[in-house]
Write a protein that binds this ligand. Structure first.
Ligand code: A3P
Length: 332
């Protein structure tokens, strides 16, 4: 880490320190860049992604706001795209020994110095699968002119908020802002649901505001449906088979009649299910970047927020959502 910190150029440090910042509800410093809030380590990777990421035509990018179903969509995308190489009923399927976050890495968490990013990208096999929590505009420059595909998963923000709160509570020991030159101030009250709620409503959570994030991909999916697919967590839950087939078609790997008849869709849905993934040893005991894989799997409920928000909270966030999504055609 010290070495990496040294690698941060003076130019990058100066740029970051010139940005507006706020302390989030976890006591970490968040910086505002082009309308969104980032921790320093992600922020400093943006110039590297913009100059070091050269997409290939077949690249697939799984994009999401945190806690919207990223792990699930990564699993489904990997299982779908790799199904001829790794049939989903194979006892040696990579998903049985790897967490989906290992199989589809985050662009922003690949080692930040440019040569490492370039090396990793040249080593990945085709089609390469990456993910990102960054809003669309942050990755748009390198993707310009590229036919690669983006799949976005969106979820009801009230469920996202609750999920995020649980996730941060389960990972209190993790230092999210690794490169921080600032001291992290840990105060127990920062972990209260009320504090999280206020931060979230103000848009001041990592990669927030969540509504703008979703809208950026929503609009792109309307403008360029061949390259951007917008999926809803709730629809995946309600009709997984239909949504998985939709995803396969978008990714140009539709199921054949023989595959459908032999139960291939169901097998993928089953392999990627919350119950299956969370029962695997790798996901019970593994970790990456200090985060235990088990904290990526909780209840996966639709509407679980109702047990957490008071009527006042519900009214407040509903008014914000209504105002933000007005006229967009997007509903969550
Ligand atoms: P809850 O905290 O509401 O249970 P992300 O993957 O973006 O970090 O989102 C995590 C949320 O997705 C958690 O929601 C988690 O339980 C749920 N989740 C993880 N894997 C899932 C799967 N395979 N199917 C459905 N939901 C899943």
């Amino acid at each position: 880490r010290e070495e990496e910190e040294e690698n941060l150029s003076e130019e990058t440090k100066t740029w970051i320190s010139s940005l507006p910042w706020e302390i989030d509800y976890l006591g970490n410093k968040l910086f505002k860049y082009e309308g969104y809030w980032y921790y320093e380590d992600v922020l400093q990777s943006i110039p590297n992604i913009q100059s070091g990421f050269k997409p290939q035509e077949t690249d697939i990018i799984v994009a999401s706001f945190p806690k919207s179903g990223t792990t699930w969509l990564k699993a489904l995308t990997f299982a779908l795209v790799q199904r001829s190489k790794h049939p989903s009923d194979d006892d040696h399927h990579p998903m049985l020994s790897h967490n989906p976050h290992e199989l589809v890495p985050y662009l922003e968490y690949l080692k930040s110095s440019k040569p490492d990013l370039t090396k990793f990208l040249s080593l990945s096999s085709s089609p390469r699968m990456f993910s990102t929590h960054m809003p669309l505009h942050a990755i748009q420059e390198p993707l310009k002119e590229s036919p690669c595909k983006i799949v976005y998963v969106c979820r009801n923000v009230k469920d996202v908020l609750v999920s995020l709160w649980h996730f941060f509570n389960a990972n209190k020991g993790v230092q999210w802002n690794d490169f921080s030159q600032t001291e992290k101030i840990i105060r127990e009250e920062d972990y209260s649901f009320e504090a999280m709620f206020e931060s979230f409503c103000n848009g001041v959570t990592v990669y927030g505001p969540s509504w703008d994030h979703a809208l950026s991909y929503w609009r792109a999916s309307l403008e360029d449906p061949k390259h951007v697919l917008f999926m809803m967590y709730e629809e995946l839950k309600a009709e997984p088979r239909t949504q998985v087939k939709r995803l396969a078609e978008f990714l140009d790997c539709p199921f054949t009649k023989e595959e459908e008849d032999s139960g291939s869709v169901d097998k993928i849905v089953e392999l990627c299910s919350l119950s299956k993934l969370s029962s695997l040893e790798i996901n019970k005991s593994g970790a990456l970047g200090g985060v235990d894989f088990k904290t990526y799997f909780r209840k996966g409920e639709v509407g679980g927020w109702k047990s957490y928000m008071t009527p006042d909270m519900e009214n407040k966030i509903d008014m914000i959502i209504e105002e933000k999504l007005k006229g967009s055609g997007l509903k969550f």
